[in-house]
Design a protein around this ligand. Structure first.
Ligand SMILES: Cc1cc2nc3c(=O)[nH]c(=O)nc-3n(C[C@H](O)[C@H](O)[C@H](O)COP(=O)(O)O)c2cc1C
Length: 225
């Protein structure tokens, strides 16, 4: 698959088949992805790969938290920020949610269906693999976020070469206390995002979603041309 095709084909997948992914394949994807650029080659990223029974336990523990309406630990509170009301960012957020709810036949007022949709992310969309991306807390957020973003996109693109798809997700790290307890991720590591990875279930309605993009001419300022 060429680069342009990979970039255009990548999309967030929200239900995976249970087929396992070989350790050597995951390792190869991460090795390729880690060729990402980073400021002064600091390579702040670290990966924790979770599969099998442990991943199933993680799903269950996360869902327990959701059902208890547990407040995320302080370190993850920043994930809960709302986009400014009336802003274009909020509008885009609402638009993708509407598209997904329409495909999934979830009426706005159906709280039960909405709750079970919400749980999906906390269950890593049933993926056979969850990758938790961390960076050392000795690095500032500003000093690591951009670099880690590029490695995450590389993971999503490289995965396509193996027929694997992904969903980057904040939901998967929201309950950092669960992760730190079950997987023993030390306090010295900042949780940045999770990536669910596996073979997509194309029959699942939400996997048919096409997210929009702003027409490119609206966001380019040409100077000197
Ligand atoms: C940092 C980050 C966090 C995300 N967290 C979630 C999440 O928690 N749950 C989810 O369903 N999608 C999540 N997404 C996926 C976005 O919703 C998705 O990328 C966006 O709607 C564009 O769709 P596309 O990836 O299919 O192009 C996240 C994406 C990023 C980059």
């Amino acid at each position: 698959m060429n680069i342009v095709e990979a970039i255009r084909t990548r999309k967030s997948i929200r239900k995976f088949k249970s087929d396992p992914v070989g350790k050597s394949t995951i390792r190869e994807i991460l090795e390729i992805a880690a060729r990402a650029p980073s400021a002064e080659n600091t390579q702040p990223w670290e990966f924790t790969v979770i599969t099998g029974d442990l991943l199933d336990r993680l799903r269950e523990e996360n869902v327990k938290k959701i059902k208890e309406f547990a407040v995320p630990p302080k370190e993850m509170e920043y994930l809960m920020v709302e986009r400014p009301k009336g802003s274009i960012y909020r509008k885009r957020q609402v638009e993708i949610a509407k598209k997904l709810f329409k495909l999934m036949d979830i009426p706005r007022e159906d709280l039960e269906k909405r709750a079970s949709w919400l749980e999906r992310g906390f269950r890593y969309f049933e993926a056979p693999v969850a990758i938790i991306i961390t960076a050392d807390k000795s690095l500032s957020i500003q000093g690591s976020y951009m670099d880690v973003g590029s490695v995450m996109q590389n993971i999503c693109l490289a995965a396509l070469n193996y027929g694997l798809h992904t969903c980057i997700e904040n939901q998967g790290i929201t309950y950092s206390d669960v992760l730190r307890k079950l997987i023993e991720i030390p306090d010295s590591k900042r949780l940045i995002a999770a990536i669910a990875m596996g073979y997509p279930d194309w029959e699942f309605p939400a996997n048919k979603v096409e997210s929009d993009r702003e027409p490119i001419d609206n966001i380019i300022t040409w100077c000197g041309l």
